[in-house]
Design a protein around this ligand. Structure first.
Ligand code: SAH
Length: 245
């Protein structure tokens, strides 16, 4: 799992301090590809000062003349917007934005685009994007500082990657037996039900959710094949003994 194909594009930034602070936020969140579209005041000592230990991100930043140029080799482009625009466009939540960027970014270049401090992205620039993402904020003042917006969306990306890695590690945990299939558990449950009826523990006329509860219990445990066979064996032998009587 990597974030190397996710690029952060800052369009026409006025304040070099915001470029430096965005680079820092990116490095904090494991992002490394910065594209600067026609920055107003760059290179700049102020940007360097605000970047702190993220100078490598500034050093490797790619300067472009237009947004089109910055995203030409991307398969997915998500634009940020602090407010709803007149032209309806698919708007997604920061969590979904992170999912799309991380997943597609495993194979292809993807971009997250930020606008100018005073005017955001133009309608034309927003229309170059596949989706728009909006950070939910106080409706009376929902416009975040540019670098703060990079931080919030960067953090979503970082968190999504972390969660995916945890899920993957969990799935890869070695287990000595293969997990049981649905059919194997179903057959066991059918035989268990027959036994429970036979010993008058379960009345199909008045089931009281017994079988769904047992099914939920077994699904929670995630039985493996060996465990299913053992349980199945116990039920079969018990029924054999009962039938002998
Ligand atoms: N006045 C501008 C806001 C610019 S804020 C406007 O109304 O569009 C500078 C940039 O920070 C925005 O272009 C966007 O990239 C980002 N940003 C700020 N607040 C945001 C929010 N609530 N959701 C998504 N992006 C936001």
């Amino acid at each position: 799992m990597h974030l190397n194909n996710i690029r952060i594009v800052l369009v026409n930034t006025s304040h070099p301090g915001n470029i430096g602070a965005s680079a820092r936020a990116m490095k904090n969140m494991g992002l490394s590809k910065l594209y600067l579209v026609a920055p107003k005041d760059y290179p700049s000592g102020v940007a360097i000062g605000r970047a702190s230990s993220a100078l490598d991100i500034l050093d490797n930043a790619v300067l472009c003349e237009s947004l089109k140029e910055a995203i030409a080799d991307c398969s997915l482009v998500i634009g940020t917007s602090a407010r709803s625009r007149r032209i309806p466009w698919p708007v997604i939540e920061p969590g979904i934005c992170a999912k799309k960027l991380v997943e597609e970014g495993q194979q292809q270049n993807v971009a997250l685009v930020f606008g100018r401090e005073d005017r955001g992205l133009s309608n034309e620039e927003l229309q170059l994007c596949h989706f728009h993402v909006q950070i939910a904020a106080n409706p009376e003042y929902s416009s975040l500082n540019l670098a703060a917006a990079v931080m919030v969306l960067g953090h979503e990306i970082y968190q999504f990657k972390q969660q995916l890695e945890l899920v993957k590690q969990d799935a890869e945990k070695s287990w000595d037996n293969e997990l049981a299939t649905v059919a194997e558990v179903e057959t066991y449950l059918e035989h268990l039900e027959e036994l429970l009826i036979q010993i008058d523990f379960h009345d199909p006329e008045n089931p009281r959710h017994l079988m769904p509860r047992l099914r939920r219990l077994y699904n929670r445990v995630r039985l493996d094949k060996m465990e299913t066979n053992i349980l199945h064996g116990i039920v079969s032998e018990t029924r054999k003994m009962l039938n002998k009587k």
